[in-house]
Design a protein around this ligand. Structure first.
Ligand code: FER
Length: 306
């Protein structure tokens, strides 16, 4: 079977079971992903760091530092028809009688709700920032961004498939219509766009840009870290950001200069620049890995809700 024919058949099968498949998602396969990661990095003069490096140990647990609590949170999804699980970080000193802004952090194509905590050690980054008084106290929700009835990370040979990628596109409705209302009902949140941030790494970075800029009524703070090829057309994203105007408090974009996917982020940055949309553009010295994501969480979290 030709590549193209099998792609069409897969897309047709997914449509038949009620999925909406983006054109670019139907194109996902392991060879294409490998080729994307292997693209040569071509840097422009403004592809540089926007911040000083964090202090040593910023992403490590330290004895004597107060820790936030990470707890599982389950909710009923109208998209998948199943109960789904997110991890929620509650800041040190969490007090149910206060109201908190909320950051949603989305994982990559092979991960799940444990990736930000387990691989990036987001909870350690956040604990250290909170102890240093460098973040506004916030609730951080780390969902499973693969909105499929079976949302477990696929085996390695099934990661770069249209079926897996389609779950990430479907998460838009799960996030907006099921997860956010459930979080706002269960926790003492400030439930308006000015107090709700979205961010993600790689596949989750694409989701954050796609969903965040499309829905400015829901998110005033949006970040894509090393966004993947699921990222929407850059000119469309920039036009959405432009249209959001002052409703968009912060748009944050980052990538490592040793990441073969950097052309995706560069494309978005250049369109934002062309359309006069203010944003952070941070190009660090890392690859497609946790070093970049932990550092960018460190920088992004400090800018939120100010
Ligand atoms: C691709 C290469 C990488 C792709 C997605 C990714 C949608 C995602 C990588 C990640 O989440 O780490 O071609 O296609």
């Amino acid at each position: 079977m030709t590549d193209n024919l099998s792609r069409i058949l897969i897309a047709a099968a997914l449509c038949a079971i009620g999925n909406v498949v983006h054109a670019q998602d139907a194109d996902v396969n392991a060879d294409r992903a490998r080729a994307n990661f292997a693209r040569p990095v071509v840097l422009a003069a403004d592809d540089v760091r926007a911040f000083a490096a964090p202090p040593p140990g910023f992403a490590d647990a330290h004895a004597g530092t107060a820790q936030g609590r990470v707890e599982p949170f389950t909710y009923q999804s109208a998209v998948t028809g199943t109960r789904r699980t997110a991890n929620v970080w509650l800041p040190p000193g969490y007090d149910k009688t206060h109201r908190y802004p909320v950051l949603y952090l989305l994982h990559g194509i092979g991960g799940n709700q444990d990736e930000w905590r387990g691989y990036v050690r987001a909870n350690d980054v956040l604990d250290n920032l909170a102890a240093a008084g460098r973040i506004v106290p916030m609730i951080v929700v780390m969902p499973n961004g693969r909105a499929l009835a079976d949302d477990r990370p696929p085996p390695p040979d099934r990661v770069f498939t249209p079926e897996n990628a389609a779950g990430f596109a479907r998460f838009e409705h799960d996030l907006l219509e099921s997860l956010i209302p459930a979080v706002d009902a269960a926790y003492p949140t400030l439930a308006d766009s000015g107090h709700r941030a979205l961010g993600g790494l790689s596949m989750g970075g694409g989701q954050a840009l796609n969903f965040g800029l499309k829905h400015p009524q829901a998110f005033a703070w949006v970040a894509g870290f090393s966004p993947a090829p699921n990222t929407e057309d850059a000119a469309t994203l920039a036009a959405e950001a432009h249209q959001a105007g002052g409703g968009l408090k912060l748009l944050y974009l980052s990538c490592g200069n040793r990441d073969g996917l950097i052309n995706v982020a560069q494309g978005v940055h250049r369109q934002l620049k062309a359309q006069g949309v203010a944003h952070v553009w941070n190009v660090d010295g890392y690859g497609h890995d946790r070093d970049s994501w932990a550092e960018n969480l460190y920088h992004y979290a400090q800018l939120l809700f100010r």
